[in-house]
Ligand binder design. Structure first.
Ligand code: BGC
Ligand code: NOJ
Length: 816
């Protein structure tokens, strides 16, 4: 079994020990407005705010070799040319290490006694990235060598950049001043921004033309200038502008030299654009470089990246959790992934090109559930931004562009689960902060600009929308699809070029219904009723309870299939996810949401539903498949779900996101052993064979090929998945059980019986709680005693102190 790396938990790093990982293993840099992606071989690209409209460096997806563009350093020592990150030359290294940390990646490569370390990060609140480079002569001889830097610029609009060469090959413009290469394509016309690639050290040459540096017939693995040993000081006029610096070094035995490259995005603002014709006013760019000209500034910027992460993570730390996988995920990596999903939704990863999807309505709302504890103010703003894209009849634009905050008309609306997720994110925010003022924010509606409708109006409209749009079984209409984007019951697509997401060929007599939405409605209604009770608005709470009771009885009357909940009813009123179906007999989502929504209580159905999941869908070490049996043929009336080969994606792949809801389900039944076993079945850190799993061991992938596929266990589409937020909710709130509630912090663990105890340090509404949980009787659930700062408290709720204490110590004992 090949080993590709391991966790260094103390430094919160994943250490990759060989560059040829089974797939590129990615990390994210930046968390404000400037973002970069960086793989273990320094592959990836950077952008400012919007990966489609402000792409800084170029990246070719679907490339061969995979992951072929990036932040490269070439070293030429004698006749040998190599990269510390191995790629693009793939010259065999004597030593290689890549440390992916939170917000930074450090790659170190050694060849023939020369070691080069490249540390890449984005300082907080800066629109730039820094590569701090240290070159060490590890030999006893004096050595002369040349280091070249290399990035390929993108003409900012990434889709145009890769499709419209008749224009882009004639518009590229650059300027060079000292070590600074300015990429100013389209700056003469409508752009008021540029990119800049500088170096803190004196340089010995540069290139800005790709044809000059790489060559028309060469590749990044054998760039002309590097082979020749020198740059040509070229100026790009059109074609492909790049940034390359040449640095000649002479190092005594044991000597090292450190310098840094700065790649920045600069907005010109109100400043005059030009000093004289064709010469841009570079004062902002010069200031930017000047700030980092001293390596002390570089080091202190890096220290602030680390400090900031420690601060963010300090809101929830569980240092003594007995299981190492859950411990490292909950303390470090799961939170890092949640940050990436919050920032980027589903737009930019190794699988999302940044030119396709914007921010998703349902996705971003769910991302908040795992993020809100870290930066509640940013969550607040996000909820208001997303809410404002909702339309006044309750429908939602399915996606919006982060730069404009406007709904994307092309992606359309009509995904009927969308409106309800806004209730979950809003309640999560208020539970975390106690700040109900968010409800009164007048955000208006996308189709009523300037209106004063509040966020609370939105929540009500979401409930009303679901109630109003129901079908023959009085269950919610599904519209284009529900959470399962591929259950397209009105699509009826016969044309291969139609999008499953936007086509709805059956618009008249819309009858297809979703049981998953019904379950989600139950859950959202309970949330909203609890919120009204917190606001002491009993009449409103009771009104919401009534809707809940009505939907609950419909679910029980119409959606119980005998041993599990039916998934949906199609456009002909036929059940989907029922024992009467030939394939797709049982789906995971309706089991999960009916149980989470409180259905199946008192009649044994909830437990049966979870047991059916275990029987038909669950495999230890793999997780739960989305449904069973997979569809073997395309069904016009079911849509994209049947378009995937069996065992992949929504067609019975292990779709990690929905697994997390089942984990919560088991904790509701107090089954801590199952909850942890299921949790570990999809946990990337617990994956045993990386050659089989292939994806990053430190973050969740959207999907793992299931037992029904030819490649079981293969993870795909890592990083940007709702699994991040939900699995943090599972681990932190339901297994470890420290859960924010409207009136305080609830202590409600559900753990394996053999766990003796653990500690959680939780910052909540300005108070740090150190909560020691012990389990002397070997139970899974149930707090027998709760002692808060020495005082015994009834129940399991910690009410925030009113006497100004900022540190509170809690002892919780589990037991019957
Ligand atoms: C995928 C879904 C995804 C949808 C979004 C589909 O092709 O299978 O997982 O939600 O695209 O556009
Ligand atoms: C990924 C999408 O981003 C998400 O919105 C959807 O719920 C799942 N796929 C399931 O189809």
């Amino acid at each position: 079994m090949a080993i590709f790396g391991n966790f260094d938990d103390a430094s919160r790093e994943f250490v990759i020990s060989r560059p040829d990982t089974p797939l590129p293993w990615l990390n994210y840099l930046g968390q404000d407005e400037y973002f970069g992606m960086c793989t273990q071989t320094a592959g990836g690209y950077s952008f400012w705010r919007d990966a489609k409209l402000r792409r800084i460096t170029r990246y070719r997806y679907n490339n061969n070799p995979m992951d072929n563009d990036g932040r490269f350093l070439y070293v030429r020592s004698g006749k040998t040319v190599w990269n510390p990150g191995w790629k693009p030359t793939r010259t065999k290294l004597d030593a290689f290490e890549c440390r992916h940390g939170l917000g930074y990646t450090r790659i170190t490569g050694r060849k023939d006694g020369i070691e080069v370390e490249q540390l890449m990060f984005v300082p907080p609140n800066e629109n730039l990235e820094i590569w701090k480079v240290t070159v060490r002569n590890r030999t006893r001889k004096a050595r002369k060598l040349t280091v070249f830097s290399f990035v390929e610029f993108c003409s900012f609009e990434a889709l145009n950049d890769m499709t419209n060469y008749q224009r882009t090959y004639s518009i590229g413009e650059v300027e060079v001043e000292g070590s600074a290469i300015y990429h100013k394509t389209e700056y003469r016309e409508r752009r008021n921004h540029y990119a800049l690639f500088g170096c803190t050290r004196k340089i010995d040459g540069y290139d800005t033309s790709r044809d000059a540096f790489v060559g028309v017939h060469n590749g990044l693995h054998d760039p002309k200038a590097v082979l020749a040993g020198r740059c040509t000081n070229s100026h790009a006029h059109g074609w492909n502008p790049v940034g390359a610096h040449q640095i000649n070094l002479s190092l005594k035995p044991g000597e090292e030299e450190t310098f840094a490259f700065v790649l920045a995005y600069v907005e010109q603002g109100e400043l005059p654009k030009f000093d004289r014709p064709f010469v841009m006013n570079k004062s902002r760019g010069r200031e930017t470089l000047a700030r980092f000209s001293d390596l002390k500034a570089v080091d202190s910027a890096f220290a602030s990246v680390r400090r900031r992460w420690e601060e963010l993570l300090s809101t929830y730390q569980a240092p003594k959790v007995p299981n190492e996988h859950l411990r490292r995920m909950v303390n470090t990596w799961n939170q890092a992934q949640v940050m990436a999903t919050f920032n980027l939704s589903r737009s930019t990863s190794g699988y999302e090109t940044g030119i396709g999807r914007g921010m998703g309505f349902r996705d971003s709302n769910q991302d908040i559930l795992g993020f809100v504890h870290m930066l509640p103010d940013r969550a607040r703003q996000r909820i208001l931004d997303i809410g404002a894209t909702q339309l006044s009849d309750g429908t939602c634009y399915h996606q919006y562009q982060p730069l404009t905050k406007k709904g994307n008309a092309e992606a359309g609306s009509g995904f009927n689960d969308d409106p309800l997720w806004l209730i979950l994110s809003t309640c999560a925010y208020i539970r975390e902060t106690g700040d109900a003022t968010i409800l009164a924010e007048p955000i208006g509606f996308a189709d009523k600009p300037g209106s004063r409708d509040t966020l609370l109006d939105h929540l009500e409209i979401s409930i009303a929308y679901t109630m109003r749009n129901r079908g023959p079984h009085r269950l919610p209409l599904i519209g284009r699809a529900d959470w399962n984007d591929c259950l397209n019951l009105n699509c009826f697509s016969e044309q291969p070029n139609e999008s499953f997401q936007t086509t709805a060929n059956k618009t008249k007599g819309d009858v297809a219904e979703s049981v998953m939405i019904a379950g989600l409605f139950l859950y959202a209604s309970r949330d909203l009723a609890a919120l009204y009770r917190f606001l002491e608005r009993e009449a409103d709470a009771t009104r919401i309870d009534k809707g809940y009771a009505e939907m609950l009885s419909i679910v029980e009357d119409q959606a119980w299939d005998g041993a599990w909940y039916t998934r949906a009813f199609d456009a002909f009123g036929k059940p989907v996810g029922s024992k009467t179906c030939e394939e797709g007999k049982i789906f995971i989502e309706s089991q999960a949401w009916c149980v989470l929504g409180g259905a199946g209580q008192g009649n044994g159905r909830a437990r049966k539903a979870l047991e059916a999941v275990e029987k038909y869908l669950y495999k230890p070490d793999l997780g739960c498949a989305l449904q069973y049996p997979p569809y073997s043929t395309y069904h016009l009336e079911l849509g994209e779900v049947t378009s995937y080969p069996p065992g992949y994606k929504e067609n019975a792949g292990v779709f990690s996101h929905n697994n997390t809801w089942i984990h919560i389900g088991w904790t509701l039944f107090g089954d801590g052993d199952r909850a942890l076993a299921y949790y570990l079945s999809i946990c990337p850190s617990a994956k045993k064979d990386h050659s089989v799993y292939r994806s990053e061991p430190y973050v969740y992938a959207q999907m793992t090929a299931s037992q029904f596929s030819p490649t079981p266990g293969e993870g795909k589409n890592s990083w940007l998945t709702g699994t991040a937020a939900w699995s943090f909710v599972v681990a932190s709130q339901h297994i470890l059980g420290i859960r924010p509630d409207f009136d305080g912090l609830r202590v409600d663990p559900c753990v394996p019986r053999k766990w003796k105890g653990f500690t959680v340090v939780r910052k909540f509404r300005g108070v740090t709680y150190t909560i020691e949980v012990s389990n002397p009787k070997g139970v899974s659930k149930g707090v027998r005693s709760l002692v808060v700062d020495g005082l015994r408290v009834a129940g399991n709720l910690i009410i925030p102190p009113s006497d100004g204490r900022t540190a509170v110590s809690v002892k919780a004992t589990l037991g019957a």
